[in-house]
Ligand binder design. Structure first.
Ligand code: FES
Length: 111
């Protein structure tokens, strides 16, 4: 159910032009400005694709448990909260609410 979810603009995994998906560690990930990943408990996480260190794409990183490791210099982020767990990145990445409706994955983006 989606009640309580802030209704802003959304992007849909099904509507993406090139929903390039590949398995990365524990989940699936797409290569967009926002990254969508399937967590180990079956929930989806959406977050900015650019690492806060030097903007390498996190979609190229490695997923383990609920964390993504940047392939450039090894920063690790919590995909649920966006928190930077391991440097060299210090700043968190933005995360976005995700919901499933009618078999479609929808990401709530800032308005
Ligand atoms: S760009 Fe991600 S750790 Fe450096």
């Amino acid at each position: 159910m989606t009640s309580g979810v802030n209704r802003g603009p959304t992007c849909s995994a099904r509507q993406r032009r090139e929903p390039h998906r590949g398995t990365r560690g524990a989940g699936e990930i797409t290569e967009q400005s926002h990254t969508l990943a399937l967590l180990d408990d079956g929930a989806w996480a959406a977050f900015d694709n650019a690492c806060t260190h030097e903007e390498c794409p996190l979609s190229e990183g490695t997923l383990t448990d609920n964390q993504v490791e940047c392939y450039c210099h090894g920063a690790v982020f919590n995909m649920r909260t966006g928190e930077a767990l391991v440097g060299p990145a210090v700043a968190s990445i933005e995360t976005y609410p995700v919901r499933e409706e009618g078999g479609e994955i929808q990401v709530e983006l800032p308005g």
